[in-house]
Design a protein around this ligand. Structure first.
Ligand SMILES: *Cc1c(COP(=O)(O)O)cnc(C)c1O
Length: 521
């Protein structure tokens, strides 16, 4: 379908740059096969299974029997297999190439982790199985919790949150519970302007008024502005460290002291813990609650590869409010504390069915145990080194948004594209033609036309050199006045530039036959 808004998006299955008729009869491009929707391929009366006719049975559906076909595509088994393998080849994945999305920490998912998660004793566990038959699994959870508490120097951990955003919710609910318990009805949560969108969303969901704190000229929280905003009405500060500009918050201890002096709590967004693990313990910085994205720092798959997992570590002041269930060990072995009444504290309740993403706990612990404490420190060092190597490799053509070295991710603004007619979006699209998933764009919002790149510790120096050479090539092409290359990009993909804004604003989530204008695309 043609988009009617934005830049030209003609479907050219063969990737023909001029948008002319495909040069192949089939629309295929070599072994990249053009694939219609399964609904477009299906035929009536075809099925992948061969079942015997049902015996005659008495209709006991009370008139609720289905009257018409439900419209599933009719395809044979090999057709279904080919369909999904073909569309699966359209996916970009961390196993295909670099995934430089800043803030997302797309690191390699070690195969050892996968092997362990597939052990039958783990993969075949059922959450309702008697606790006496799941002692190993509970011990594994307890050990993961111990690693997280030790690495962060905090008092308690809640393993159940299913993602970073869910961990934020957990942490803020604990903070709210602690305030309510002391009869303190505070209304405001302070969130820096550079924060990930989940931070203000979480605060708002918990009923707080979100109060933005500006950044200073170096991209860090403006301590004076923070202090000016603190007062008896502030429940918490939510701060990301290193922040989303890839910079260490140098004033973090002073910020923590000021927050505590005002009677508020300090929530740290720990999504970037991969830059600090083994080097800095957040508990030493005065943090009261912090989520840890196992799918970022501890290498468990995400972005289509698996569910997230966002355990939250809590300070002694917040530990009594940790949600159930959690694992304890006593003379009889390991068990789950499931009921608030069975605890000494005042749990915020239950955040999720059962106890969390077990498969991710296994993978994260495998990552920790295979690296050891020393290895985890090197993970942080290598992640920071890789980002700085990249920053330095391209700084002459793509000046960084802020001076000086970065932490685990390199941030650029769009000054280098000034007067080229090329935007950050166009630049990102051109990277697709070069075989790279684009970096994070237009985030953080404090930087104009932001390009945020996080190589992680997974990339080799060769891979970083190739990536830097690509950035350099594209930046030079833009400066040389070759805007067309960018405005037409991507030219080599099965579909050209989609109208993402329209797709987000007017999502068409139900399949409609192709003759209707909004269908399919
Ligand atoms: C990824 C991320 C989050 C949210 O984590 P999810 O696991 O995606 O819910 C929050 N803050 C920052 C800085 C992040 O990078």
């Amino acid at each position: 379908m043609m988009n009617h808004e934005g830049r030209p998006t003609a479907v050219t299955p063969s990737g023909d740059a001029a948008g002319a008729a495909p040069p192949t009869f089939t629309g295929n491009r070599g072994l990249d096969i053009e694939e219609p929707l399964s609904f477009e391929q299906g035929r009536d009366g075809v099925s992948g299974v061969d079942l015997e006719d049902l015996p005659a049975v008495e209709d006991r559906l009370g008139g609720l029997a289905r009257r018409a076909p439900i419209g599933l595509p009719g395809l044979s088994e090999p057709e279904v297999v080919r369909h999904f393998v073909r569309i699966g080849r359209r996916n970009y994945a961390i196993d295909l190439g670099p995934y430089p999305l800043g803030s997302c920490t797309m690191k390699h998912n070690p195969r050892l982790n996968e092997k362990l998660a597939r052990l039958p004793g783990i993969a075949d566990l059922h959450p309702l199985q008697p606790v006496s038959t799941a002692q190993g699994a509970l011990e594994l959870m307890a050990e993961l919790g111990r690693w997280l508490v030790t690495l962060t120097n905090m008092s308690a951990v809640a393993l159940s949150p299913a993602a970073g955003a869910h961990g934020e919710l957990c942490g803020l609910m604990c903070i709210r519970a602690a305030l309510i318990a002391r009869g303190d009805a505070r209304r405001r949560v302070l969130v820096p302007e550079s924060a990930h969108g989940t931070n203000p969303a979480t605060a708002a969901l918990c009923g707080y008024v979100v109060d933005p704190v500006p950044a200073d000229a170096t991209g860090r929280i403006d301590l004076a502005a923070l202090k000016a905003k603190l007062g008896p009405d502030v429940a918490a500060l939510m701060l990301t460290n290193p922040n989303t500009c890839g910079l260490f918050e140098r004033d973090i201890i002073a910020a923590a002291e000021a927050v505590h002096a005002a009677g508020a709590f300090f929530y740290c967004d720990g999504a970037n813990f991969n830059a600090l693990v083994g080097r800095v313990r957040p508990g030493d910085l005065g943090i009261d609650a912090m989520h840890i994205n196992l799918h970022k720092t501890f290498s468990t798959p995400h972005g289509g590869g698996g569910p997230g997992s966002g355990p939250v570590v809590l300070s002694a002041a917040l530990a009594p409010f940790a949600p159930v269930p959690y694992v304890v060990q006593d003379a009889a072995g390991f068990r789950l504390v499931e009921e608030a009444a069975a605890t000494a504290g005042e749990p915020v309740g239950r955040l999720k069915a059962f106890h969390g993403q077990m498969g991710m706990f296994v993978r994260a612990l495998a990552y920790m145990r295979s690296h050891g404490a020393e290895g985890l420190r090197q993970v942080a060092e290598d992640a920071v080194l890789a980002a700085n190597y990249l920053l330095a490799s391209v700084a002459d053509v793509m000046p960084p948004a802020f001076p000086g070295p970065c932490m685990h991710e390199a941030l650029f603004d769009d000054r280098f594209l000034k007067d080229t007619g090329v935007t950050t979006l166009d630049f990102a699209k051109a990277m697709i033609d070069e075989g790279y998933h684009p970096m994070t764009m237009y985030f953080p919002l404090v930087v104009h036309g932001a390009l945020l790149i996080e190589p992680t510790e997974s990339e080799s120096k060769d891979a970083l050199d190739r990536f830097a050479a690509t950035l350099r090539f594209l930046a030079e092409r833009a400066k040389a006045g070759e805007a067309e290359r960018f405005l037409e990009a991507p030219r080599l993909t099965p579909r050209r530039r989609l109208d993402e804004t329209r797709a987000a604003r007017k999502p068409v989530l139900r399949y409609r036959p192709p003759e209707r204008p909004e269908a399919a695309d």
